[in-house]
Design a protein around this ligand. Structure first.
Ligand SMILES: NC(=O)c1ccc[n+]([C@@H]2O[C@H](COP(=O)([O-])OP(=O)(O)OC[C@H]3O[C@@H](n4cnc5c(N)ncnc54)[C@H](OP(=O)(O)O)[C@@H]3O)[C@@H](O)[C@H]2O)c1
Ligand SMILES: *[C@@H]1O[C@H](CO)[C@@H](O)[C@H](O)[C@H]1NC(C)=O
Length: 328
């Protein structure tokens, strides 16, 4: 066998070596991938998933609908959401799936969405803050906040606060933030530059937004621990979704090659979210960061409780949180 390989032209040998190494990496990734094994049913439970019309959010919705939950898709684009809703109902055979409009990049929209939920829903068992965007150009929203930062962090921050009362009433209940390992790609968090007031870099904004989700998870957990509401965050893995839709075309070309080789499918990428939403074994875990369905390490910065507290307070100011909107 070896002598046969050695007799092949050098380029073929190198080619085989590359294929072999890639194959091993792929097998390693498949073997270490976390899969939710819980068979938990969710009849009688209500779930809200933001950004559920595509990607990880949509696969999460299909899975939770299959378990019998009442699933509310919180989406900004009602046309896309209506198509997704039909898909989710068809695949899950659960008709208890609804669309409500939510644009996280508008504080007004978040308040309107929350008010409608509080009026129409008797309970809320699981809130999944999944929506997110990356690699978009600098833009301020109607609220004067940086758009990526508001979509990923400030919008979910306000939403969580507004729905906390209902979550408490429905306890035991769970809050889940879909963050990212990208939270660890910044070594600082400048609270004076949360909305790119001083400088702008699209990557840094994304890292800031994902770090903010981890920090707020850490800060909120002890504040609500006695109420039976848990809050955790997660990294879904590198997942083949539309998240890079706004990236430059050279990036997309590289991604087109790498996606099938190294990236999880959206269904695989949804597993840690689903695990946190349903598994009995995490019922009493709170304030943690998960990856591949296991507790994982965060960056040192993401463990800084002083920074977390300051970020929380600054975020309250940016979303103009009123005393009656605070539920702890
Ligand atoms: N894919 C990865 O490799 C990866 C890695 C780490 C973390 N994540 C995180 O995983 C989460 C889900 O992303 P994905 O990979 O599934 O990406 P995706 O396919 O692009 O889905 C993102 C979802 O978020 C929604 N969204 C974006 N901005 C919004 C806003 N302002 N208001 C309401 N909804 C908004 C999108 O709605 P529209 O369709 O209407 O735009 C879409 O439904 C994100 O938080 C992302 O940061 C992903
Ligand atoms: C979680 O805590 C509750 C109340 O203390 C307890 O009844 C339950 O067994 C715990 N579950 C797990 C998986 O530890």
């Amino acid at each position: 066998m070896l002598s046969f390989l050695c007799s092949l032209p050098i380029l073929v040998q190198i080619g085989l070596l590359i294929v072999g190494v890639l194959g091993c990496i792929k097998i390693y990734l498949k073997m270490t991938m976390g899969i939710c094994t819980s068979t938990k049913k969710l009849s009688g439970k209500t779930v809200i998933i933001t950004g559920a019309n595509t990607g990880i959010g949509k696969e999460t919705a299909i899975d939770l609908a299959k378990r019998g939950a009442r699933v509310i898709l919180a989406c900004r684009d009602l046309k896309k959401a209506a198509i997704a809703k039909d898909d989710i109902i068809r695949e899950s055979r659960n008709k208890n799936v609804f669309v409500r409009q939510l644009d996280l990049a508008s504080l007004k929209s978040v308040r309107k969405f929350a008010a409608e939920i509080l009026k129409s829903e008797l309970r809320l068992d699981i809130l999944i803050n999944n929506a997110g965007c990356a690699t978009i150009e600098k833009k301020l929203t109607e609220d004067g906040l940086e758009v990526q930062m508001q979509s990923n962090h400030f919008g979910h921050f306000l939403l969580t606060n507004l729905l906390l009362g209902l979550l408490k009433k429905s306890a035991p209940s769970r809050i889940i933030h879909v963050s990212s390992v990208a939270h660890a790609m910044t070594k600082t968090l400048d609270l004076n530059n949360l909305n790119s007031e001083l400088s702008y870099n699209t990557g840094t904004v994304y890292y800031y937004s994902k770090l903010s989700q981890v920090l707020c998870t850490r800060h909120l957990a002890p504040l609500i621990s006695s109420s039976g509401v848990t809050v955790n965050c997660l990294h879904p893995g590198a997942v083949e979704t539309e998240i890079f839709r706004n990236a430059p075309s050279w990036f997309k070309m590289i991604a087109a090659v790498c996606f099938p080789l190294f990236f999880k499918s959206a269904k695989e990428g949804a597993q840690t979210t689903i695990h946190l939403a349903v598994a009995d074994e995490v019922a009493n875990i709170t304030g943690e960061y998960f990856s591949d369905c296991k507790v994982a390490k965060t960056s040192k910065l993401a463990n800084d409780v002083g920074l977390a507290k300051k970020l929380w307070e600054v975020s309250e100011t940016f979303v103009n949180l009123k005393p009656e909107e605070r539920h702890f």
